[in-house]
Design a protein around this ligand. Structure first.
Ligand SMILES: Cc1ncc(COP(=O)(O)O)c(C=O)c1O
Length: 371
């Protein structure tokens, strides 16, 4: 199996160099949290192997988020990235049929592609508010489908699958006896009601999440897989033991401290996100050259430069980054046209977001009719 790098990671701000970016509008997360805000006591801490499924206390805290769940239904992983890899490699074989939402975080479809699966994209279209079309899904899923994979809230569009639609999707996968893989990495970043976890609704639904995005803790590499099926968890564990045996015990300790302070952390996060969302909305309203769908979750928005706007696309990204030190996520990160770009509005301070958005307007203006 040969892998190539994802552009979203190759061109990521951490690989480019955080110090070279003044206004970072390229992140899909909130600002990184500082360990000093968590009061983690690591004195006299033994650097032993940890329980392979993850420390029980941590799995208990995660299981509490789900309905009718026990810690046995949770496998702690190295971020959602490893969870996606484990699930795909455990469930799929060359030639298998899978239905995968697009656009999406590329691992969701790239790993099945490397395995040699037949990938049927479930397209989220701007013209359809980036929403899942249930009729289309119903037609795409067959008795041969191994799983349907969705990211809810979606990255990069910020669209959200409602509880009603999610229940319909589960009905479809159950009727075809396949799985739903639900990437819920942005689960805690919805504006209105909290969404149910797919895994709470059916034992055929596998939920994946992490502490990277809503809690701003990607550096501890803690994610999880949740499914009410002990045999499945056991098969995921078998693969995990081949990759890294267990998680970092230090990371797990920090994750416990973080989840114990979850309410306080999320209160601050939501206030910040609300303020920044207002700034984004005001800016979007006056952008004549862009079409967009207002996001419903996550901290991202995925506008598209209108077709009748004549500009040099490559120059737009160059001017934005090199002249204005402002970074956004390019459409190509998601195997989409570069006329789309992702704005991450949760990471920057409100001042930096304002400046970054102004810089996008300036850069778009400067490269107009550049041909
Ligand atoms: C939808 C989605 N899933 C998974 C990941 C992987 O994140 P992590 O491994 O940090 O949890 C990302 C990262 O951007 C993502 O957007």
């Amino acid at each position: 199996m040969k892998f190539d790098r994802m552009l979203i990671e190759k061109e990521s701000p951490e690989e480019y160099g955080y110090q070279k970016i003044k206004h970072n509008l390229s992140e899909s997360s909130v600002k990184d949290i500082n360990i000093d805000d968590l009061h983690v006591n690591l004195k006299n801490f033994l650097l032993c192997y940890g329980p392979h499924k993850g420390k029980k206390e941590l799995r208990e805290l995660i299981a509490e988020e789900y309905e009718n769940f026990s810690p046995e239904h949770v496998l702690v992983t190295n971020g959602a990235a490893e969870a996606l890899f484990i699930v795909a490699l455990s469930l799929l074989e060359t030639g298998d049929h899978v239905v995968i939402e697009h656009p999406n975080y590329p691992s969701n479809y790239r790993v099945p592609k490397f395995i040699g699966c037949k990938i049927v994209p479930l397209e989220l279209r701007l013209e359809n508010k980036f929403e899942v079309d249930l009729n289309e899904l119903e037609n795409l899923v067959t008795r041969k489908t191994k799983f349907v994979s969705l990211t809810n809230p979606n990255n990069p569009t910020g669209s959200v699958i409602s509880e009603k639609t999610l229940k319909e999707i589960i009905r479809i996968v159950e009727s075809r006896d396949c799985y739903l893989v639900s990437d819920e990495t942005y689960h805690d970043l919805t504006f209105n009601n909290q969404l149910p976890h797919a895994a709470s609704l059916s034992s055929k639904a596998i939920s994946i999440s992490s502490l990277s995005k809503a809690y701003g803790a990607p550096g501890i590499r803690i994610g999880h897989i949740a499914v009410r099926d002990n045999a499945l968890i056991e098969s995921f564990l078998a693969l995990k033991e081949h990759i890294n045996i267990c998680n970092s015990v230090v990371d797990e300790e920090i994750a416990i401290a973080l989840l114990e302070n979850k309410n306080k952390i999320m209160k601050n996060v939501k206030n910040h996100v609300k303020t920044n969302f207002g700034i984004l909305k005001d800016w979007l309203k006056v952008q004549k050259g862009l079409e967009y769908v207002e996001p419903k979750g996550g901290v991202v928005c995925f506008p598209r430069i209108k077709n009748d706007v004549q500009l040099k696309l490559q120059a737009f990204y160059e001017v934005l980054l090199e002249k204005y030190s402002t970074m956004v996520g390019r459409g190509r990160w998601f195997d989409m046209d570069d006329k789309y770009f992702r704005i991450g509005y949760g990471w920057p301070s409100k001042e930096s977001l304002k400046r970054g958005l102004e810089n996008i307007t300036r850069a778009l203006e400067e490269v107009k009719n550049a041909d």
